[in-house]
Design a protein around this ligand. Structure first.
Ligand code: FMN
Length: 462
């Protein structure tokens, strides 16, 4: 099991002092309850044993993530800087008994240092304008509301170029206006001590053909129209999304030239993300979009270097993208999202692990400093442990984020048993202050699907 340990030395603390510290923490939490922008404070008491002996640690991280330090409170409450920027070490403890990491223990995702492990998943919300720019006072408020001290937000899917798009009212990161728009959002998140990475997205065969001239895909394999037997091939048509099968008439199998151009789009988008002040990027290789379409045999029947039975061919497009983005942003600030078991948008190839294990092995052999791997888990019996094992074997400080129908209890359990962090999607829509609520065991609001993809403030910031 991948584990992350603080190398902070332990110092015994008298029981009375621990009680005072715990009381102070509660008071600070309560104070932030009445704050207009509630955020978690960084005080974390941990490793207190039954005899009242323990260790208190206060982690503080610079917003830019460059000069992160762990501080330790000694028994006299003097803060001491232990001077170690990389105080979280990566070790292999697969199969060991539960060592009890908690949702509110700090964690490192490559060079992105977090104070807690509740991650906001990427969530498309259709609130950008028709030029793919977030509207003033709307997107900013949305992301600011969801920022927390030391917490990670992954933006909604953000298209890397106009020709990589094909969904109405989604943001891009290829024009100066879009970059400016994102800058004000990253500023707001950083002002609350949060971290934010941009999810870079190309749609491929699921693009709406009324919005793009050509629908680029690895192969001319359209989505089959939805049917009761195959409800997942067209996503969410009830929620206002388009009928994917219409893309067939404009579908083009990508040539090498097309591939090179799309790879260059990802590179420029990564450069723009740095300019916009993001802490990193997440390469969206999940959910049946373009990169996933290359990876899986359901949508790729090429016979060249980008297709065929060998997973190493089908992951070549992803490898090209990782190589290109790593030239403009440190790989320790690049995350990768995969969904090996999802059948969304006509995916879920036979024996997904035969492809996704070699995929991670290849990626992490080339890039052991990758920031994180973000895995959308499947259902009962869909084992993601082999993927975690690859990360713990080959990653150097690479984090794992798991997502998919987590409740706070399930999240606590998976972090305790497996380490890593947990992505929440829909609960972040209906609970902007989700980390605060979980920390304080407050009830959670249920989400309202009817406002997921509407274009106004209701269900978004209000
Ligand atoms: C409204 C909505 C929009 C989503 N948009 C994206 C997206 O842009 N990129 C992505 O990778 N996943 C997207 N997802 C999937 C979520 O990131 C997440 O994996 C999923 O909601 C499962 O997590 P949950 O059960 O905590 O909601 C979206 C999900 C929802 C409900």
């Amino acid at each position: 099991m991948p584990r992350y340990f603080s190398t902070l030395p332990t110092v015994p603390i008298p029981k009375t002092l621990l009680i005072v510290l715990a009381f102070s923490a509660v008071v600070l939490m309560k104070m932030s309850l009445i704050s207009p922008t509630p955020s978690l404070n960084g005080l974390i008491l941990k490793n207190v044993d039954g005899n009242g002996q323990g260790q208190a640690a206060l982690s503080s991280y610079d917003v830019d993530g460059k000069h992160d330090h762990d501080h330790k409170i000694d028994a006299n409450l003097n803060m001491k800087d232990n001077g170690d920027n990389d105080s979280v070490t990566h070790t292999e403890n697969e199969g060991e008994e539960d060592l009890g990491e908690g949702l509110f223990d700090p964690i490192r995702m490559g060079d992105i240092h977090l104070k807690h492990r509740i991650v906001m998943c990427p969530l498309t919300r259709h609130r950008a304008d028709e030029r793919g720019v977030h509207r003033k006072g709307l997107g900013e408020v949305y992301y600011e509301q969801r920022a927390s001290d030391g917490g990670l937000i992954i933006t909604e899917g953000t298209v890397v170029a106009h020709e990589a798009g094909g969904e109405a009212n989604v943001p891009g990161i290829y024009s100066a206006e879009q970059v400016d728009g994102w800058k004000s959002m990253t500023d707001k998140v950083h002002a609350k001590g949060g971290k934010i990475v941009c999810q870079l997205w190309a749609l491929g065969r699921v693009a709406d053909p009324s919005l793009v001239d050509i629908v680029y895909a690895p192969s001319k394999i359209p989505l089959i129209p939805p049917s009761p037997d195959n409800p997942s091939s067209a996503p969410d048509s009830e929620s206002g999304k388009f009928e994917k099968s219409k893309a067939e008439s404009k579908l083009k199998e990508m040539t090498q030239k097309d591939i090179d151009r799309f790879v260059a789009h990802f590179k420029q988008a990564a450069r723009n993300a740095v300019k916009a002040g993001f802490d990193g990027i997440e390469v969206h290789a999940a959910n049946g979009y373009l990169i996933d379409q290359f990876i899986q045999t359901n949508s790729n029947n090429r016979t060249d270097a980008y297709g065929g039975p060998s997973p190493l061919h089908r992951i070549q497009f992803l490898l090209d993208i990782l190589e290109s983005v790593s030239a403009v942003i440190p790989i320790s600030r690049v995350g990768l999202r995969i969904s090996p078991y999802s059948d969304f948008q006509g995916m879920r190839m036979v024996r997904p692990l035969d492809t996704f294990v070699p995929l991670l092995e290849e990626v992490l052999t080339r890039y052991p400093d990758l920031a994180y791997v973000h895995i959308i888990k499947g259902g009962e019996g869909d084992d993601i442990q082999p993927l975690r094992n690859v990360v713990s074997d080959l990653g150097r400080g690479t984090g794992v984020i798991v997502a998919g129908e987590y409740t706070p209890d399930k999240a606590r359990r998976v972090v305790r048993e497996k380490g890593g962090a947990v992505g929440f999607g829909r609960y972040f829509i209906s609970n902007p202050d989700l980390p605060f609520r979980i920390a304080n065991n407050l009830p959670l609001n249920e989400w309202d699907e009817d406002t997921f993809y509407t274009t106004e403030a209701e269900g978004y910031t209000e």
